[in-house]
Design a protein around this ligand. Sequence first.
Ligand code: TXA
Ligand code: MG
Length: 351
Amino acid sequence: MIHLLKASLAEDCQQAAQQLAKGQLLVLPTETVYGLAADADNPKAVENIFQAKGRPLGHPLIVHLAEQKTDQNWKKVIDHYVQEIPAIAWPLIHRWWPGPLTLIFKRRPQVADQAAGHLPTIGLRSPSNLTAQKVLHWAYALGVMGVAAPSANRFGRISATGIDHAQQAFQEISHAYDFYMLDDGPCQVGIESTILDISGDEPVLLRPGMITRDQIEALLKRPVALAHEHSPKVSGTLASHYAPQAQVVLLSTQELIARLHQFDFSQKSIAIYAQSEIDLPSIAIKNGSIKELHKHLKMPKQAADCAHELFGVLHELDAHLTKEIWIERPSFLDASWEGVLDRLQRAAANR
Ligand code: TXA
Ligand code: MG
């Protein structure tokens, strides 16, 4: 069953924390995307995450921690999961925790084995969303050291950036599990956290996000490698992750315009998501459209604005049963776009 809770109600947040402590599943708001959360140290609860999501067992989950005010206290919560905190972790923690940065550490053997997908490493982050922090702190007081949470979507689908997305995703299996869902409105960032592996000799970027490789390199004053074939399996790095039902095509401005002018609009419904000014209704009517089925959504000029709305746009177009989504590759690409571009490429990858 789905139990809806409201972030604006203190007693609902408290209940969310209590349910975590009891080993239940909670859809938890974070600043990036909603997570499907459970006590990271409770193997049965973690197993329920994998089953409800339909996620293969070898794919590790990120463990979420309550913010700590001193290094000493950070050390206490991190030490529970981590064998040894490398020196490189501290500037990253000071700058971006709480925030949309996941750090991969060498894991303490036997701890949170299921959550870590039995890998020798573990991913930790502290979300900056205030509701998430409230729940994490209350859960901590009830004995929950960390909360494992993948994005609150079924495996391979688009992440949830609103509670309605999570409800839709888990509706069909809500007879089998209790889902507590804490509604805190739309997620501020909108794409998943940047993942940086600091478990080896050199830092490796496993997943781009709104905290960019440039920013990390500038802080650490050393190069950050990109994930390569030997990096551990990250499900978000499978080519066709974040896929909506509709087919997504990523096009340059010229390709998009050419395609539109050649397209027979009586055939099927399409949507475009583009920064350029395009008079879609005129082109569609000229090329055979009989109904107003075609949608033009304007892509924001700022990467942060685009990230914020991207998954919502894809969810909305899917709900309209759009058959194809043609996306104009954003122009003026600076480093701030790397996370968005990564999600666009994966949405467009062959399935
Ligand atoms: O923003 C986020 O990170 C969101 C919110 C809910 O916190 N969570 C999220 O979780 O995106 P998920 O499971 O959808 O993606 C987590 C990614 C996966 O691709 C997983 O493989 C990778 O993190 N990951 C987790 N632990 C890892 C580890 N020990 N080594 C390598 N990759 C790891
Ligand atoms: Mg995910």
